[in-house]
Design a protein around this ligand. Structure first.
Ligand SMILES: *Cc1c(COP(=O)(O)O)cnc(C)c1O
Length: 365
């Protein structure tokens, strides 16, 4: 039996009727840009996260970029982020003209290490971006304590962490702002690109709303130089329909993760760790194995899909060669990048599929 990395079939079925009706409504009115459907989803998502405001944009990358721009980040500033994340976390900083400063990660949760973060702070540090990797939040108490001590803003990269909680608080709700991606494979995925910035800060929200819409305050008045980066109306319809299921689907992911843990116990594979006080919604189910390339080959031979998130820490990417970091600077991130392996994970994954993956891994070891 082959096992796909993700299978959206059941999720699509669950929302199909609502989406069909929603698309029909949008098309009949030719209301393709913004409009009531985007506003409705923004309100629903803000309420879901437990914040006052949400501004839809066209990707997670743009959400991060515009939140940084709204925080006035630019040339001369430094922004700290973990080296072990998707490259977009760094690109959005570079786009502002600020300098990217990397920090190492914790070996058990793969999130930013508070010790490494402390060492990276200078008088120029303007923002810290913790990334809630794979569906588990970073240690927000520690990070906020460090940030508060130095008067630095915390911007959450929650692009992999829809609906997950730290001490009961949803991702996106504990920093100055939180940024989400709705790329199809994310925990809450659109049928195309999308993103959102959530915050309790009215001014920040207002800035993002102007930035995403040509810097506009009304139809003809442009207060600042903005962009065109809105959340597509048809995507908002899909997202509204899916949001109703998010908690249920996250619970199903947790069940799949528990099955993996049972099937892989004693196999020598390092399983994901769910830290105290934190929820893990397993947007990505990443394990660690020493001989990763061989294991991947063996899985492929059995028809089991797997991916690597991420094989190269950003400080070692060619695009960041000019950032001033070198191999050996972040030993934990570098080690994890060699061993990490993402296994198939989606809410409707069956016990038989999990067993098939686990069997293939044990065979390979
Ligand atoms: C997906 C992702 C992004 C970027 O989101 P896009 O919608 O693809 O632009 C940023 N940061 C992290 C951690 C991500 O996983």
């Amino acid at each position: 039996m082959s096992v796909p990395f993700i299978d959206f079939t059941e999720q699509n079925k669950a929302i199909q009727a609502e989406v069909d009706a929603g698309f029909k409504r949008v098309v009949e009115k030719s209301a393709f840009i913004m409009g009531p459907d985007v506003k409705k989803f923004e309100e629903e998502f803000a309420a879901y996260c437990g914040v006052k405001y949400a501004a839809g944009v066209n990707s997670g990358t743009d959400a991060l970029y515009m939140a940084l721009a709204a925080l006035n980040v630019g040339p001369g500033d430094e922004v700290i982020l973990p080296t072990f994340t998707f490259i977009a976390t760094a690109l959005c900083v570079s786009d502002t003209g600020a300098r990217v400063i990397f920090a190492d990660i914790e070996e058990d949760t793969y999130n930013i290490s508070a010790d490494s973060l402390k060492k990276a702070i200078t008088s120029k540090t303007k923002v810290i971006i913790p990334v809630h990797l794979y569906g588990q939040m970073a240690n927000m108490d520690e990070i906020k304590a460090i940030a508060d001590k130095h008067g630095i803003a915390v911007l959450e990269d929650a692009c992999q962490a829809h609906g997950t909680r730290y001490k009961g608080v949803r991702s996106g709700a504990s920093g100055r702002a939180g940024c989400f991606s709705f790329y199809p494979t994310k925990g809450l995925g659109a049928w195309g690109d999308g993103g959102i910035v959530v915050t309790n800060d009215e001014k920040l929200n207002h800035m993002v709303c102007m930035l995403r819409d040509y810097g506009r305050t009304d139809r003809y008045a442009h207060k600042i130089k903005g962009y065109n980066s809105r959340l597509d109306t048809l995507q908002a319809v899909v997202l509204s329909a899916k949001l109703k299921y998010l908690d249920q689907w996250n619970d199903m992911r947790k069940k799949v993760a528990a099955l993996y843990a049972r099937e892989l116990a004693g196999s020598g594979v390092i399983l994901p760790k769910n830290a105290a006080d934190r929820e893990h919604v397993y947007q990505t189910y990443a394990v660690r194995v020493k001989n990763r390339d061989q294991v991947m080959e063996a899985l492929k031979a059995k028809g089991v899909a797997s991916l690597i998130h991420y094989p190269i820490p950003i400080h070692l990417q060619e695009a960041y060669r000019d950032a001033g970091f070198k191999a050996g600077d972040f030993p934990v991130g570098e080690k994890v990048a060699h061993e990490i392996l993402s296994l198939p994970m989606f809410p409707h994954m069956t016990e038989a599929q999990v067993k098939e993956v686990a069997q293939a891994i044990k065979g390979a070891l």
